[in-house]
Design a protein around this ligand. Structure first.
Ligand SMILES: C[S@@+](CC[C@H](N)C(=O)[O-])C[C@H]1O[C@@H](n2cnc3c(N)ncnc32)[C@H](O)[C@@H]1O
Length: 219
């Protein structure tokens, strides 16, 4: 028994993609240093300004996502914020190994949709991944439930709205994983998830330095 993460096509795609993402870090730092992506611009403007950047989950977070999907065996996984597809490849690898399920992922930037779709084909996982192009607040409004696993990794100011949009379709016991929860602007999201009146059991999970997740279960 092995894992699809170790399949030669998947491993080669992830190795290439993480290496490309690492090589982008200095330029990304420069862009934020120069304030080339102002926080007050629209979600679409921010997505287009960052159209070439991976902004991925870390390898550790990717393996955590794989592990959680293997353990929870969701039939529908929803991802908010696909970028170039690193996290979706981890999610779909777990779905492949579960033997059933699908990943529905969303991306605002058209160029990223094209590149990620090529990456999914390279990895041999495109049959498991449905890519929705557009604003997740619109594209996710129409997806069928029940949803048993959600990854929130788009713009941070939209996490709570996206979660609340999906809430009526969340199955009991659904896992909601939010990335980068130490970033500014996420307190309203964390307050909501940590208030038992809203129906979640939630825990802060430090994946590694400067990369923490909030893992929440729909009670
Ligand atoms: C941090 S990156 C995602 C990284 C990806 N999960 C990975 O690990 O490879 C965030 C992505 O969310 C996309 N995004 C932001 N707001 C969005 C929205 N409202 N609808 C769809 N995609 C959005 C951005 O364009 C960007 O590519």
């Amino acid at each position: 028994m092995t894992s699809t993460l170790l399949d030669s096509r998947v491993a080669a795609a992830l190795t290439r993609m993480f290496a490309e993402a690492d090589a982008q870090m200095p330029l990304l730092g420069e862009m934020f240093g120069k304030d080339s992506v102002p926080g007050e611009s629209s979600a679409q403007e921010r997505a287009d300004a960052l159209s070439e950047f991976y902004l991925p989950v870390t390898p550790e977070a990717g393996r955590l996502l794989y592990t959680l999907v293997r353990a929870s065996r969701p039939t529908t996984v929803v991802e908010f914020g696909m970028s170039l597809g690193i996290s979706a490849i981890h999610l779909a690898s777990a779905v492949r190994d579960n033997g059933e399920g699908r990943v529905v992922t969303t991306e605002l930037n058209e160029q990223k949709v094209a590149v990620a779709s090529g990456n999914f084909a390279d990895a041999g996982l495109d049959d498991l991944i449905t890519v929705l192009h557009g604003d997740a607040l619109e594209t996710l409004a129409a997806i069928d439930g029940p949803v048993q696993f959600v990854l929130l990794d788009g713009w941070k100011d939209l996490y709570l709205q996206v979660l609340q949009l999906l809430e009526p379709r969340l199955a009991p016991g659904a896992l909601v994983v939010a990335d980068n929860t130490s970033m500014p602007g996420l307190q309203p999201y964390l307050d909501y998830l940590r208030d038992p009146a809203n129906g979640y059991v939630s825990v802060h999970f430090p994946v590694r330095d400067a990369d923490s997740m909030e893992i929440s279960c729909r009670a």
